[in-house]
Design a protein around this ligand. Structure first.
Ligand code: PLP
Length: 421
């Protein structure tokens, strides 16, 4: 029997950091705020973002171009402020990370360097359920090299087997660290090592991993990685993304696409015809960074830095286990691995009408989940701001909408106790 009062008790003992965020009002149901379980799609706005963004607007108003050097946080070296917190977030050395562009753009810039098909070694291994953008990106990279994407991109649900099978024909392994659809956390160190044994380059898309699970990219020897900042990193729609290049590739002779931000900062205004790239991930930058978009990333990374991934991961495991324990008795199918070591905070449910269910959850219950057609609904209790009560509301709403007989029993138990509490 699962009870609303129990959720409230758990929240009192394990409160998280909801007060630092703006939670949207509910459109339906019995509570003023939404139970927001879509932080895997777009994280909520930290309260501190508005003030810090206004500071940059004020600096621009007050200083104009002089803000590059004289703003409280000068714009010229602004991206350097983000380097260390981003590095700590993904387990990298500071020189291995850079915040720039958007995710798919970064994947392309990195593949320019790290996808170098040669002779029979041309294949790109991706997961069967690759996010469409990643799929289009690798296919277009194959085509860019004059290869047939259908013959070059290998889609698999068993990357280790695919690496074994194709061996020295694999040029690049590019996988999601946490799969966007199923929420499965991949064995990043194991697959990276297997790819390297086959002589391939191994890159990771960490869109659903950064800020969700602990990462040690440097130690794992990952060649390159990229992630977005608007999902678990709460930096706003379309926020500036991150990139990682292992230090062993710094200053190497792989080709890169360059611009004036690819050269050593001290040489940037020499306006010399030939760049002198730094021996760091900064060499992959192209343009001067969008300060108004970087500001929320800085604010958000500071939160992660202050609270720390170990504490967030621990609370994440507790919240997600709790949500799973509420869903089990409803009898709804959870496709995400049960083992906490093989998942982040997201649970993906297989249901008959995913779109219909997520609409009902929102409009009838004030629960924000999201759906991936045709049959997956994703629920992500985010350790920074989600609560046990959010999980309880989601489970109660799902029981109400799809639970059938089990759901009615479940709901009756929760309801009567809640009314008595
Ligand atoms: C969210 C997501 C993207 C989005 O790409 P953008 O370039 O940020 O628009 C790409 N790949 C994966 C795996 C994602 O989860």
């Amino acid at each position: 029997m699962r009870l609303e009062a129990e959720a409230r008790r758990l929240d009192a003992g394990d409160p998280g950091h909801r007060e630092l965020f703006l939670v949207p009002p509910a459109e339906g149901g019995d509570y003023p705020e939404t139970a927001y379980l879509a932080g895997n799609s777009l994280g909520l706005q930290p309260r501190a973002v508005r003030g810090e963004l206004l500071q940059e607007l004020d600096a621009w108003a007050r200083l104009g171009v002089e803000g590059h050097l004289e703003a409280e946080r000068p714009w010229l070296p602004y991206h350097e402020l983000l380097r260390e917190p981003a590095a700590r977030l993904v387990g990298a050395l500071p020189a291995e990370t850079v915040v720039m562009n958007s995710l798919t753009v970064n994947l392309h810039l990195l593949m320019v360097s790290f996808y170098r098909p040669e002779g029979a070694r041309t294949l790109i291994v991706v997961e069967d359920t690759a996010f469409p953008s990643d799929s289009y990106a690798v296919r277009s990279q194959a085509a860019f090299h004059g290869l047939d994407p259908d013959e070059t991109v290998v889609r698999t649900n068993d990357p280790l087997a695919a690496i074994r099978e194709h061996g020295d024909r694999v040029a690049l392994v590019l996988l999601g660290g946490v799969n966007y659809l199923t929420g499965e956390l991949m064995d990043i160190p194991g697959i990276t090592a297997a790819g390297h044994s086959a002589g391939a380059v191994v890159g990771w898309d960490l869109a659903h991993a950064a800020g969700n699970v602990p990462l040690r990219l440097h130690e794992w020897g990952v060649d390159f990685a990229a992630w977005c900042s608007y999902k678990y990193l709460n930096s706003g729609p379309g926020a500036v993304a991150g990139a990682f290049v292992h230090e062993r590739h710094a200053g190497g002779d792989r080709p890169r696409f360059e611009g004036w931000w690819s050269t050593e900062a001290a040489t940037r205004f020499e306006m010399a015809p030939v760049s002198r790239p730094p021996r760091s991930a900064d060499a992959w930058q192209v343009s001067n960074p969008p300060i108004l978009a970087m500001s929320p990333v800085r604010t958000s990374l500071e939160l992660f830095d202050t609270i720390g991934m170990p504490a967030l991961r621990a609370r994440s495991e507790r919240l997600t286990a709790y949500l799973q324990s509420l869903l089990d008795p409803i009898g709804v199918e959870v496709v995400t691995p049960r083992d906490p070591a093989r998942r982040g905070c997201q649970l993906s449910l297989r249901v008959a009408d995913a779109g219909g269910l997520s609409k009902s959850l929102r409009h009838r219950h004030g629960v924000i989940a999201d759906s991936r057609e045709p049959d997956i609904v994703r629920l992500a209790p985010v350790p920074l701001y989600s609560t046990y009560h959010d999980c309880w509301r989601a489970a109660a709403a799902i029981a109400h909408e799809v639970g059938g007989i089990m759901g009615s029993v479940w709901k009756a138990c929760g309801r009567s106790e809640a009314e008595g509490a």
